[in-house]
Design a protein around this ligand. Structure first.
Ligand code: 8YV
Length: 329
């Protein structure tokens, strides 16, 4: 029987489906496996179920030439060196689509919490500082009717755009590698703009761009300086898309109004400057964390692993491959 590694704890009833096909080495205590341990635990395994916390690179692959499938329980796959996998004939899969609407709900909620100062005012109340109502207490920018800016107009970006435009009457500007189809632009009233215009016009800028060397620090000191002092910034993409040190300074100096962050450079560590400022909402990478969606993600990753290693009804045809060219070989 083929052996697989389930590198992190996931819903046991879903992961149990692997037992019908494989000998499973799992990690029910859910420890993060440091690279040497990950390499050691992959010994003899043909496939791996991983999450965004595990890094699969050439060193890990070269130490485990028997590995044939790496199945990520995440839509983003910047934790995997896909080129190195492809070069070695290793299939990589992710979990697109199943998390789109849930992640968009959260991105919109985080943007609203940021604009309407929900976390900041809640902390104030908990500290027992609320002694009276006053006319300018925790006033912030409106969301409805404001200009929503989106950097990265993929599936999740479009789902956030729909919420903003159709639910809240927002105007929409976006920047992306490629332009939306004309009918989608027309439906959303979306205006495709260059990055400088996006930065300058957005009242609420939401980042949904995948992380890559090209998007590293896409928002740094220079970009923050181009935003309106009244603007908010929401990052549900990846740590590293924003220069967190520069953002902490911008928030402290109020060169932008506020930020909402679900992802961080070097998470789970958070830049200390961000912990010190009140005008930022901080959440621990939970944008996809609805029960149904996390279960759907785990299930899709399991389906991918079973199929990628030639088992089950989709044998040889994992539902959501990242590098399908490997399958064609
Ligand atoms: C995951 C995510 O929770 O899917 C992604 O890309 O960022 C989140 O939905 C995280 O990556 C854990 O795998």
């Amino acid at each position: 029987m083929d052996k697989v590694l389930v590198a992190r704890a996931a819903f046991p009833d879903i992961v149990d489906r692997l037992h019908a096909h494989f000998e499973v080495d799992d990690n029910p205590e859910d420890r993060i496996l440091a690279k040497p341990e990950l390499i050691a635990r992959l010994a003899g395994k043909r496939g791996a179920f991983i999450t965004g916390s595990e890094r699969i690179d050439a060193e890990v692959l070269d130490a485990n030439p028997q590995l044939q499938a790496v199945c990520n329980m995440a839509v983003g796959f910047n934790n995997i060196d896909v080129a190195a996998c492809t070069a070695r004939g290793v299939i990589v899969t992710n979990t697109p689509d199943v998390l789109t609407e849930t992640t968009a709900d959260f991105g919109f909620a985080l943007m609203m919490a940021t604009a309407r100062r929900i976390a900041e005012s809640e902390h104030y109340l908990r500290r027992g500082e609320w002694t009276k109502w006053s006319y300018d207490q925790f006033v912030g920018p409106d969301v409805h009717g404001a200009t929503l800016g989106i950097l990265g107009m993929g599936r999740i970006g479009q789902a956030i755009a729909r919420r903003g435009v159709k639910g809240f009457g927002m105007k929409l500007v976006y920047h992306n590698r490629s332009r939306l189809a004309p009918e989608i632009e027309a439906d959303l009233g979306a205006r495709y703009v260059d990055k400088a215009t996006l930065l300058g016009e957005s009242d609420h800028l939401v980042l949904v761009v995948p992380y890559s060397p090209a998007s590293h620090h896409a928002i740094g000191a220079a970009e923050l300086a181009q935003m309106k002092p009244s603007a908010t910034l929401t990052n549900i993409a990846r740590g590293g898309v924003v220069d967190d040190a520069a953002l902490a300074i911008a928030l402290k100096n109020r060169t932008i109004a506020a930020a909402g962050l679900d992802v961080f450079e070097g998470e789970p560590k958070v830049h200390p400057g961000l912990l010190e400022v009140p005008n930022v909402v901080l959440t621990p990478h939970i944008a996809s964390a609805s029960i149904a969606t996390r279960r759907a993600m785990a299930s899709l990753a399991v389906d991918n692993l079973i199929a990628a290693l030639g088992h089950g009804p989709n044998a040889g045809r994992p539902p959501t491959p990242v590098n399908p060219q490997v399958l064609a070989r």
